[in-house]
Design a protein around this ligand. Structure first.
Ligand code: ADP
Ligand code: MG
Length: 420
């Protein structure tokens, strides 16, 4: 099937009920339908899943989707099944299936019913599955969260490194890689490891013009500073990120004592409490959630008005992801980070227990955070440059939305600067 012969707008409406494609979805989908290797870089929430789901649904054969998290795969399978009367339209293949279930999956694929087959990278290495997939028609292989292939990504998974080898055994099938990680280094790694330097790359802008970026020097008064900030933003929802669980608990308590409705969230709380606190935040029973980075994956609250970093993040990648949870609805989003070089040293100390290669990458990523915190240039320009994107700090969208641009004298000066 050729992309020119199908009305993909009609198919979009039919399957997903959407009237329009979002961002670069349309050219991406055409590229896949034309059997080209395709590389998609879009921020979180950009609509990457639909880029492979729609072509999978309207093509012959089964698309294999590699994804790192079982929970994510299950969500997508449920969502796809709800679009169809045919349960077998999407399946997950993993080690938790019974023999009977595996037979069912295989039968559905062979019968041409299954359009999307989600697999974890470690399942794909099983000879039994590879042999089976060699015997059926595979429309393409989509590799979601493709940054997992890179040590420079924020979530390196060694199993992703075997993917190219396995895909080659399936014959000449197009590959589509997708990620929200935009650093040039990670992109290079992905293309190299998947051996698809010929891929057409589609990269969306990472600029979030409605977010205001600010860095304040961290002092002893940080707690009263945060309380003042929240009181000035009364009635608005916000997230405060802290490095440690202990800090999360402490800050949540300080806020509560000062009359601010806040709950803690971290992996040390039991699942029930975590779910309760998350719901309280989503339902606006509380204004503020104080959290470790365990909070936020898949949280889709559109009107988060501020994200505060009590401690600096370990990379600009994480900073972008975490601040990106503000202003999803396009309204204001204030991103405030507190910075002191002592915190940098603390993070470095954390990392010193890790293997040398990992340490080196960790230090390099951290130095970029330091540079961001200490820069006197447009923070938006700095961030976007880090993601390989040129930004005109005079005329670009959101150009005046940071402390350095609005108040050029207000530089952050770190004590005891040691640049390694
Ligand atoms: P990503 O994987 O890039 O983070 P998702 O694939 O999870 O993003 O999509 C984010 C949201 O955008 C989902 O709620 C999805 O339903 C919605 N979405 C995707 N494409 C469209 C579209 N063409 N029109 C409207 N909403 C869309
Ligand atoms: Mg996604």
């Amino acid at each position: 099937m050729n992309s020119n012969e199908i009305d993909i707008h009609k198919e979009l409406k039919k399957y997903f009920g959407f009237g329009q494609f979002k961002g670069l979805q349309e050219p991406v989908i055409k590229s896949i339908l034309n059997k080209e290797n395709t590389f998609v870089i879009m921020p979180t929430g950009g609509g990457k899943s639909l880029c492979y789901q729609l072509p999978a649904l309207i093509q012959e054969g089964t698309a294999i989707v590699v994804s790192p998290l079982i929970a994510l795969m299950k969500n997508q399978v449920d969502a796809i099944r709800s679009l169809s009367s045919e349960n077998g339209i999407a399946h997950v293949l993993n080690s938790s299936l019974t023999k009977t279930e595996i037979t069912q999956v295989k039968n559905d694929i062979t019968a041409g019913i299954t359009k999307l087959l989600y697999v974890a990278p470690e399942s794909l290495t099983k000879d039994e599955y590879v042999q089976f997939l060699q015997s059926v028609k595979v429309s393409f292989v989509a590799i979601d969260e493709a940054h997992c292939i890179s040590e420079w990504g924020h979530d390196f998974r060694p199993e992703y490194r075997n993917l190219r080898y396995i895909i080659k055994q399936l014959g000449d099938v197009p590959i589509i890689g997708l990620t929200a990680t935009a650093t040039p280094k990670v992109q290079e790694d992905i293309l190299k490891n998947l051996d698809m330097s010929d891929a057409t790359t589609y990269k969306a802008s990472f600029n979030r013009p409605n977010l205001y970026y600010e860095v304040r020097t961290k002092t002893k008064n940080i707690e009263s500073d945060i309380i003042r900030f929240i009181k000035q933003n009364k009635g608005k929802s916000g997230i405060i990120y802290c490095l440690s669980r202990k800090k999360v608990e402490a800050i949540a308590e300080v806020l509560q004592v000062n009359g601010i409705s806040a709950v803690p969230y971290h992996a040390g709380l039991d699942a029930k409490t975590r779910a309760k606190h998350q719901d309280m935040f989503l339902m606006e029973d509380v204004e503020v959630v104080v959290a470790t980075i365990a909070f936020g994956m898949g949280i889709d609250k559109p009107d988060v008005r501020f994200v505060i970093h009590h401690d600096i993040p370990k990379s600009l990648e994480s900073y972008y992801q975490e601040t990106g949870r503000a202003g999803r609805d396009g309204g204001e989003g204030h991103c405030l980070a507190y910075y002191s070089y002592k915190d940098v040293e603390k993070l470095e100390k954390f990392m010193s227990g890790k293997p040398v290669a990992e340490q080196e990458i960790g230090f390099a990523l951290l130095q970029e955070v330091v540079a961001y915190a200490e820069t006197s240039m447009s923070r938006r320009k700095f961030l976007l440059h880090y993601f390989g994107e040129e930004f005109d700090s005079e005329t670009g969208e959101g150009a005046d939305m940071d402390d350095n641009v609005r108040n050029p004298k207000n530089k952050v000066e770190a004590k005891n600067q040691v640049v390694k």
